[in-house]
Design a protein around this ligand. Structure first.
Ligand code: AMP
Ligand code: ZN
Length: 491
């Protein structure tokens, strides 16, 4: 297993990664609030998490990746201000909250699929886990960390001395008004709601019974409840976008550790923002404030989704990345030359089977080693990419080895390099298919009647149509013969 070094927001340093259980990683990433399409900034964060999971797996760790889908409780302000994002979106579109959630959840996974982001092992919806949240809130209340005011149950941050450690916040400064107080019921400005029954309650579409009255959960509690349910009370890595450090993740830590009395997350990883350049002014891309770019809008403009993935690989995840069409154009042409290099290597290598990674010669093996070292060094993807380019351009590396090494690197980069050489499925004319099916049926009748000369003649006729036939006890299947003339059918 390769040593991994990661930057932990908690402590603000790059340290050698040690999971709780050797060889295994429990990984939780905050998922989407499904009230709108993901914008390409959100998708940058999910690409970063995908790279992390893929890199850990390639380095030998068995990763369990859990992601929540927020379909209740996330207000337009992360600090409990504003309306429920789901309810607002449903009202604006004149649809039910759950219809909106289903639509944008599908849209989200459609986008992540197009970006070659692996689906997490466990995807869990907030509305399916309200009883887990109620049970967790009960533990927090039993520990004396809550108060009830104005119909809502609040977490009292003054009862949790480590509050703000992640974000290097000082409670005194918060008290002095570092955050705008929007809720007169709060004892401290940073207190947050665990369970709502009032406030935005009148318009709330989905409500549940609870010991604190009929209502709905606050946003932060869902991540604590679901991560504990699927990964246990202490987890290895929790990731998300950098905006979540001061409120969402800070609150998640307070309530989780208040409930269990244990350290909850060992490694906090945060991806920096994608920023828009507008008239030279840097701007934050925001889903709730509108004016954002979706993956589909890039596709409509003629880009491949993987051009955007490639664009994101060009910057370290802890650096802001400025989005521009010029930048995306460069990513597109670089990805094209990458694909061209792979295809030309394939031509040079011929139809030989590629060597296993363990059997690579020293030059290719050293490129793979340097690539994996870069990745294991806090995901230094730009450095890792340089190793891929070096590999493809090294004339001393035999083409089959270069290909094998590139495909191995692509297990992490996920740019679809191995798919480039797969022949495209030819489309089959329905009339032709019906003719083949009819011959197969006629042959089956002849075989059943033990009329083998007829069945063999029909078989020859089928193959002469350019079809590969495979017989099995459950019947015959067929496909078009490859263009290289291989027509071997099973007898
Ligand atoms: P949301 O669906 O709003 O909860 O956001 C989903 C994820 O995207 C969270 O991890 C956010 O931190 C992250 N995020 C939001 N805006 C950006 C951005 N402009 N660049 C990168 N990540 C972002
Ligand atoms: Zn979360």
């Amino acid at each position: 297993m390769r040593d991994f070094f990661l930057y932990n927001t908690l402590g603000r340093s790059v340290d050698s990664f040690k999971p709780i259980e050797a060889g295994k990683v429990g990984f939780y990433g905050c998922g989407p609030t499904v009230y709108n399409y993901a914008h390409i900034g959100n998708l940058r964060t999910y690409i970063f998490e995908d790279l992390l999971v893929r890199a850990l797996r390639r380095s030998g760790y068995a990763v369990t990746h859990v992601m929540n889908v927020t379909d209740v409780g996330h207000l337009t302000g992360d600090d409990d201000s504003g309306e429920d994002k789901m309810v607002k979106s449903a009202e604006e579109r004149g649809q039910g909250v759950l219809d909106i959630a289903r639509f944008y959840t599908d849209a989200f996974f459609n986008d992540t699929g197009r970006l070659n982001i692996e689906r997490p092992d466990i995807v869990c919806k907030a509305t399916d886990h309200v009883s887990d949240m109620i049970a967790l809130i009960g533990r927090i209340e039993a520990g004396g960390f809550t108060y009830f005011a104005g119909g809502n149950l609040y977490f009292d941050v003054s009862k949790f001395p480590r509050y703000g450690d992640l974000a290097l916040l000082k409670l005194d400064e918060l008290k002095a008004g570092a955050r705008i107080e929007v809720d007169a019921n709060k004892r401290n400005p940073a207190d947050f709601v665990l369970w709502f029954t009032k406030g935005k309650f009148e318009k709330q579409a989905l409500v549940w019974d609870s010991p604190w009255g009929r209502g709905y959960p606050g946003w932060h509690i869902e991540c604590s409840a679901m991560s504990m349910k699927y990964l246990g009370e202490s987890i290895d890595i929790h990731a998300g976008g950098i905006d979540h450090v001061p409120i969402h993740h800070t609150n998640e830590i307070a309530q989780s550790e208040a409930a269990t009395g244990k350290k909850w997350v060992n490694w906090w990883l945060h991806g920096e923002f994608l920023v828009l350049s507008k008239d030279g002014v840097k701007g934050k891309m925001s889903k709730s404030k509108g004016g954002f770019l979706t993956l589909q809008s890039l596709v409509d403009a003629g880009y491949h989704p993987l051009d955007y993935r490639f664009f994101c690989l060009g910057a370290h995840y802890r650096s802001q990345l400025q989005f521009s069409i010029e930048g995306l154009d460069s990513a597109r042409s670089a990805r094209k030359s990458l694909n061209d290099s792979v295809l030309s290597l394939r031509q040079k290598a011929g139809a030989v089977a590629l060597p296993a990674v363990a059997d690579l010669g020293p030059a290719a093996a050293s490129r793979v080693g340097a690539f994996l070292d870069a990745v294991a060094g806090d995901l230094a993807l730009p450095r890792a990419l340089a190793e891929l380019w070096g590999l493809l351009r090294d004339p001393a590396i035999p083409p089959a080895e270069a290909l094998a090494a590139a495909f191995d690197m692509d297990r992490i980069l996920a740019l679809g390099l191995a798919d480039l050489e797969k022949p495209k499925e030819a489309s089959i004319d329905p009339e032709f298919a019906a003719r083949v099916e009819a011959l197969i049926a006629k042959r089956a009748v002849a075989k059943k009647a033990k009329d083998f000369s007829t069945s063999d003649a029909i078989r020859a006729e089928i193959i002469s149509l350019g079809v590969v036939l495979a017989d099995s006890p459950s019947g015959s299947t067929w496909k078009l013969a490859p263009k290289d003339g291989t027509t071997a059918s099973t007898p």
